[in-house]
Design a protein around this ligand. Sequence first.
Ligand SMILES: Nc1ncnc2c1ncn2[C@@H]1O[C@H](COP(=O)(O)OP(=O)(O)OP(=O)(O)O)[C@@H](O)[C@H]1O
Ligand SMILES: [Mg+2]
Length: 248
Amino acid sequence: MSAPEVELEMSGVRRAFGATQALRGVSLAVHQGEVYGLVGPDGAGKTTAIRMLSGLMLPDAGSVRVLGADPAHPRSPVREQLGLVPQRNSLYGDLSVDENLKFFARLFGLNSADFASRRERLLSITRLERFADRRADALSGGMYKKLALACALLHRPRVLLLDEPTNGVDPVSRRELWELLYGLVHEGMTLVVSTPYMDEASRCHRVGLLYAGEVIAEGAPRELARAQGVAPGNFEAVFLELIRGRAA
Ligand SMILES: Nc1ncnc2c1ncn2[C@@H]1O[C@H](COP(=O)(O)OP(=O)(O)OP(=O)(O)O)[C@@H](O)[C@H]1O
Ligand SMILES: [Mg+2]
């Protein structure tokens, strides 16, 4: 079997904000068609890593490659292939669901026929049709995240970065969101999803465990659990074992 194609890669990435070392030499690789989880507690460096992968922020040292190119390059062809769902406030609260979609479609340069078909499809998969006229800031947490996802998918990206898409979302909507994400991967997309919820690690094909700006383990959740001698369902225990191993 040939090795899976690496679509996103960080190599020795460092980034500091003043005295805070947000990323301390992060290396990771995401393969085509997988759901890759960036799992770690608050302040671990998840958002900083996602910003690097999206090309919105430059590393102090190290390199970032997405689909073989530097995503931060202003004329990088990769930019059109990337979708981003930021951690918070990515939408216009005083615009409706439909108006937000229209706004992002214009930003991505979609023509009106393409927009009409994308709009229909995205409202349908997110089940937001009935709420097309509702202002974004009047949506529930889960619906807001789904709209942010729909806006990020308008231009049919090959790679999607999602920063804590399930944070503040109720368990039912959380499951719906994951189903939606698997549907995208089924269509051939590659996903990087950050989450502070340890139990969501098992929903990913592979994870990078981020702790204080470092990837302390990377691999399939089951394999990481086996390596730590922990039941696969209990990823919190895996994480605690790994942290304990480091402190010792
Ligand atoms: N623009 C910034 N200015 C100063 N410090 C920053 C900035 N961005 C991030 N940091 C710091 O870098 C560290 C990593 O932050 P980051 O936002 O990447 O973590 P995170 O894993 O996304 O956390 P959370 O789960 O709370 O979103 C934290 O200590 C944070 O305070
Ligand atoms: Mg964050």
